[in-house]
Design a protein around this ligand. Structure first.
Ligand code: SF4
Ligand code: SF4
Length: 222
């Protein structure tokens, strides 16, 4: 699922500063499960904003709504009535949710209350691990279901860097070496031959901040 975290209140205050009628919209899916933008967080943020405005001596009218999924326009439709009175919409969805609302209601300014962080899975209460960077060319079938793009600190797609120690990553001892896990997974499945085959470099291109398809790069270069 998509993991997100609420922006700090100072940034939210700056974004909403020009407005006095605010509609806060939560999402009942991913960001609700990671306790960032579900109905409970919507109520909490509404209370915080009201209290902050009171302290500033400024009025504010806050309306709230939470839809099952902000990334689906059919659910976003449900807030149409509430958007009419709002000067701005403060979305507590992921970046896709914000953009879905902005596209459906182009006459309204839509503001992001969350920072969308990554695609991950829950490890324990409040602990989420990045699992996928949406590289667009999945190689999990060659890596025992463990993603080296997202989980190897160097994003290596052709085997380990050789710097791991006791199963921990060279870059940070706090995380396991993804390639060591891949090795054990392939061994368990009797698929170690994949380690001898090169995953073509054209398949996945690692950028310092993101992963892009090499063919997209080529398009940009021509
Ligand atoms: S290989 Fe690409 S698509 Fe597959 S899990 Fe990793 S980042 Fe996601
Ligand atoms: S130690 Fe393992 S996880 Fe860390 S950068 Fe090297 S290969 Fe990747």
């Amino acid at each position: 699922m998509i993991i997100a975290a609420q922006k700090n209140i100072e940034e939210i205050k700056e974004m909403i500063a020009p407005y006095e009628k605010i509609l806060i919209v939560g999402c009942g899916a991913c960001v609700s499960f990671c306790s960032a933008g579900g109905a409970r967080e919507v109520d909490a943020l509404a209370e915080t904003i009201a209290a902050e405005r009171k302290e500033e001596g400024r009025g504010v009218e806050i309306e709230t709504a939470t839809v099952p999924r902000q990334c689906s326009v059919k659910f976003v439709e449900r807030i149409e009535k509430k958007t009419e009175q709002a000067e701005t919409i403060l979305s507590m969805g992921c970046g896709v949710g914000v953009q879905t609302i902005a596209k459906r209601f182009p006459q309204k300014r839509v503001l992001p209350a969350l920072n969308t962080r990554f695609i991950g899975a829950r490890e324990a209460e409040g602990v989420w691990t990045e699992m996928c960077m949406a590289c667009g060319d999945c190689i999990l079938w060659r890596t025992a279901g463990i993603c080296p793009v997202a989980r190897c600190a160097k994003g290596l797609i052709n085997g380990p860097c050789g710097g791991s120690s006791n199963g921990r990553c060279e870059v940070s001892k706090d995380i396991p070496c993804a390639w060591q896990e891949i090795y054990h997974g392939l061994k368990r499945l009797n698929l170690l031959h994949y380690l001898k085959e090169e995953t073509p470099r054209h398949k996945v291109f690692i950028h310092p901040d993101r992963v892009v398809r090499a063919d997209l790069q080529q398009q940009q270069a021509t």
